[in-house]
Ligand binder design. Sequence first.
Ligand code: SF4
Length: 394
Amino acid sequence: MQSLAILLNNPNLPKPLLTIAQKVKDNERISLEEGVYLYEHAELGYLGVLANYIREKKHGDLTYFNRNFHLEPTNLCVYDCKFCSYSRLIKQKEEGWALTMEEMLAIVKKYDHEPVTEVHIVGGVLPQYDVEFYSTLFTAIKQHRPALHVKALTPVEYHYIFKKAKIDYATGMSLMKKAGLESIPGGGAEIFAEEIREQIAKDKCTADQWLAIHEEWHKLGMRSNATMLYGHIESFEHRIDHLDRLRMLQDKTGGFQTFIPLKFRNQHNQMSHIAEVSVIEDLRNYAISRIYLDNFDHIKAYWAMISRETAQMSLNFGVDDIDGTLDDTTKIYSMAGAEEQNPAMSTQELVNLIKQVGRKPIERDTLYHVVTDYTDVVFENEVKPQYYKLPVIN
Ligand code: SF4
């Protein structure tokens, strides 16, 4: 808070940056042009002060994580997104997997005695996984373990399966809700700008369709997340346009909980010739997202995608959530070249990661109800910092 006051009294700060800082202090929304200006001109230190001011105003030092596992039904996909390191085309099916209903339920049952609160289901798009298949899956999970929150699929899958079933989005989302779906993750948004989407994610649902499916879901009183894939061929204008479309829908429905910027990783995909952006750019992007999306409660960093150290740093740049324990159940990040090749962290490790940078670890459920406040919890086997007596020279 003090840092923002110092910044506002800095006589050398360029006028547009001073205006933006004043708006943040006054809780005023910044414009699209100001958003682009931040991307083009603002330094990391300045952005950190503003983003952290907003973060601490909303959440203080609280930093959220959850205990979850991923269920990835298949990595075979009818689409061919250029940035995707995960999927295999159906013609390469010997390199992929496609789980049966029984295999998926067996994965869920593996966690019967674990205190997980959420199953996150996401994968490729396959014709045989249709409305009926997913309805049966959601219902079976809820029957087996009613308290496990089912967060599943993205508008990419929903658009595909509803079209195949010849039903509209409103009907389709109601069916999913009845079957047991409780929230939608943020994937499939990529970059909304049509000229970029056409080049990197041709044929799958359009930006308008992505937004329309979330809108229908919100109309049912349900919550979802949103993402943005950044750091490839998009410009700063495209990023702000993306954030702006999300901000407008959020004004209308209020149904989004969390925004998650996703860094483009360049291993094993058709865009490997494009260099990845720096960690500095990652932090700038978190901060600008926090400043621009004034109507989103949470900004999340996927520790498994950006590394544990960058996740820790991001907590000073607007981020208040670092995702879940994962238990090595996702291949999405590792196949794209993320630092974490077998992403899994124990609760103790996650808690320590957050405490090490002076924040307060809060285990949440999917809807941000507090499960456990770990601020004062000391683990049994915790190794305390060691202090050594120094020799005293008289
Ligand atoms: S990003 Fe999703 S829709 Fe695109 S190819 Fe990969 S799995 Fe399929």
